[in-house]
Design a protein around this ligand. Sequence first.
Ligand code: OGA
Ligand code: MN
Length: 314
Amino acid sequence: MVPCHWTPISAAAEPRRAHYHSGAMTMTITVTRLTPHFAARIDGVDITRPIDDATWAEIRAALDEHSVLVFRGTPLDDDQQIAFSERFGALEVTRSMNPAAGTPFARQSNLDIKSGEVIPPDDRRMIYQLANMLWHSDSSFKPVASLCSLLSARLVPPEGGATEFASARAAYPSLPDDVKRRVEGLVVVHDFSWSRDQVQPGFYNAEERAVYPPVRHPIVRTNPVNGRRSLFLGAHASHIEGMSVEAGRALLKQLLAHVTQLEFCYRHEWREGDLIVWDNRCVLHRATPYDTQRHKRLMQRTTVGGDPNEYAIR
Ligand code: OGA
Ligand code: MN
């Protein structure tokens, strides 16, 4: 079963390269843009080891500027992934039915955590993961949404299983003026159960639904460092306060279609040892299919909590 919303993007597959000039003389990292609008590859730093403060400041600034940071060919073990992730802030603990629940990790994998065997496609754990194929922002269903996620490629299938990113910030300026006026000040309700309902209606029972009650977020978010606006959408975004559920969903669908146009997308074909950091405040992402019965895939995610004051509804 594949969520009906999934259609491939293809032309964004080939990165367009241009060097990024910060003007600073002391840059130690190399930042290479992967699309004209967002996403950059970072070289010149070993993220498996402790990072000095000056280099760290460049990496953190690069996240605010480029929203998606790709580190290639630096395999991380669990401790190294946690140490690097914690530089961005306190980690969330996974509470959902993810196999890594109770730890700082979320595992995206078709392998049983104990036996290492492939999980059958009709198993609840696989259906749960299908929701990753809908455009989403991790933890947008939490009262304090996430700053960023870090996904480490441990086992990569020989084909398929790319991850796609769409920049809701890059897409914002080209929204028609009347739409910009319309969304300003709107509150969007994000609901974890809604994202699972889109894959399989009623996937969660009442007890499971109660773990993450719906939360309210401003639909327009502004980056506190550079003032750039973006929309806070994705699979958990259920409806809009003050509008009927149908009208809100129709508007969300229209906005999502704008944000996920090819020109605002970057598609990453994984190699083992890649690590990607993405800014959940302004970027959506989704998994893409692979043959889960023939190939093994193990991706391990850490999720950094957001600032409770940054996007408070006032
Ligand atoms: C995630 C996620 C996509 C993928 O880890 O949050 O959505 O391609 N992953 O595994
Ligand atoms: Mn995700």
